[in-house]
Structure formats: structure tokens, C-alpha cells
Design a protein around this ligand. Structure first.
Ligand code: SAM
Length: 217
């Protein structure tokens, strides 16, 4: 994962609009939870923090982390303007910043697959450590139906430097359902749902295909 690319991306205000509205799947997930039973939420790779803000506004105790200091600075300003209390930290998804079992919920929207499969797997393993037993893990990742799959330089099985990404040249690992079952063998999978839509990339429509995964530790 190239941190400088994300720093550059988040430093351009024109890129912010889309990332300030929470994804419907996260809105639905948040609505299925209660701050009484699942108080401590980690938004891992929070970007500008749209999902951290969503959970904080619903009364959860939210921590938000990202490798990009630009993104975290934006979220700190957003928290100040809205009066929401959100703990923030600039750090990698595998940082040992937090004690084991620190969270009831980890949300990670379109983050964990940046890199090799081994990195994806290690991040999933790290999330398991961060969750208390019974805690919930919500994440999204690219499927092999995504239009980016197979484009750009192939650097490992199902792994490409994607030229048609919002941060072009990013390394993406693409998964499928059988692979997800293997990656999540230390969790109980509650649901794997497709999330497919068309988006605009420099004036060209592109097909995106993700999985929305919810699992219990
Ligand atoms: C596609 S954006 C999604 C942001 C946010 N989750 C959202 O849905 O608005 C991906 C984010 O993941 C962050 N990221 C990528 N790799 C990371 C890593 N290894 N550790 C922490 N954050 C990472 C990037 O800085 C970027 O903010």
C-alpha cells in the first residue's frame, strides 16, 4: 500500500464529496446494533471518517484510524464542527496501538485488500485480536467480478497494480467466496453479500463488485 498516494488523494478537496456520505450497507449495519450491547467501535482505515461520524452520531464510542494524516486531520475537524467525540490515530491497520479485545465492533470499508493476499490475511487476523469474543467484524473487499480484476500489472495470483483505481497504481487483491471462507476460518461468517454498482472514473462508467462481509469473532 502506497501511503503517499492516499495522502495526495485526501489533500485534494475535490475528491471529498463522495466520501462524506456513509455507504448504505454501513448505515444498515449500524442500525442493526445498539450502543448498549456493542459500545466500542473501531473504524479501521476510516478515510475522511464518514462511518466514524455515523456511529458516533448514534451514540457509540468510536475510534478511527488511517495511515493518512490528511484523512485523520479532516476527521478531527469534522468531529470539532459536529461536536462528536471520536478518538483518532494515524496508524497502519496492523498497528499494535490497541490492546487485544479492545473493541466490540470493527468496521473496515474498502481498506484491507490493498496489497498482497498475505497482507489481507494478516489484517483479518489482527482484527480478530482486536475484537472481544463475540465481537462483530464488518468489511468490504473487491470480488473477481470487479472490472479492475485482470487490468494492470499482475504481481501475484489475483493481485494487480490497478491503473483504473481512484489512486492509480494501487495494489489490489481480489477475492471470491471460497477464498473468503478460508480467510475467515477463525470467525463465524454471518453474511457475505455482493455490492455491485457503476461508478464514474474520469468520465467513463466502470463496474465495481465488492463483497460485504459480516463475521463474528
Ligand atoms: C477507499 S478508502 C476508504 C476510506 C473509508 N473506509 C471510507 O469508506 O470512506 C481506503 C482508505 O484506507 C486507508 N488505508 C489503506 N491501506 C491501509 C492500511 N494498511 N492501514 C490503514 N489504512 C489504510 C487509506 O489511507 C484510505 O483512507
Amino acid at each position: 500500500m502506497n501511503n503517499e498516494q492516499w495522502e495526495r488523494y485526501w489533500s485534494v478537496e475535490d475528491n471529498h464529496d463522495y466520501w462524506q456520505r456513509p455507504a448504505q450497507s454501513v448505515i444498515d449495519f449500524a442500525a442493526s446494533l445498539s450502543p448498549q450491547t456493542h459500545p466500542r467501535v473501531l473504524d479501521l482505515g476510516c478515510g475522511l471518517g464518514r462511518h466514524a461520524v455515523l456511529f458516533a452520531a448514534e451514540g457509540f464510542q468510536v475510534t478511527a484510524t488511517d495511515v493518512s494524516s490528511q484523512a485523520i486531520a479532516h476527521l478531527q475537524r469534522w468531529g470539532a464542527v459536529t461536536g462528536l467525540s471520536i478518538a483518532t490515530q494515524v496508524c497502519d491497520a496492523e498497528s499494535d496501538e490497541f490492546a487485544p479485545a479492545s473493541f466490540d465492533v470493527v468496521v473496515s470499508y474498502n481498506v484491507l485488500y490493498h496489497g498482497y493476499r498475505e497482507e489481507f490475511a494478516a489484517r483479518i487476523g489482527h482484527v480478530r485480536d482486536l475484537l472481544r469474543p463475540g465481537g462483530l467484524f464488518f468489511f468490504t473487499c473487491h470480488s473477481r467480478r470487479d472490472q479492475k480484476y485482470g487490468e494492470g500489472e499482475r504481481i501475484a495470483p489475483h493481485t494487480y497494480l490497478s491503473p483504473n483505481s481512484i489512486t492509480p497504481g494501487d495494489m489490489h487483491y481480489f477475492t471470491d467466496e471460497a477464498d473468503l471462507h478460508d480467510l475467515l476460518r477463525d470467525f463465524t461468517i454471518l453474511s457475505i453479500q455482493p455490492e455491485e454498482y457503476t461508478w464514474d472514473f474520469k468520465g467513463t462508467p466502470r463496474f465495481a463488485s465488492n463483497y460485504i462481509v459480516i463475521a463474528r469473532r
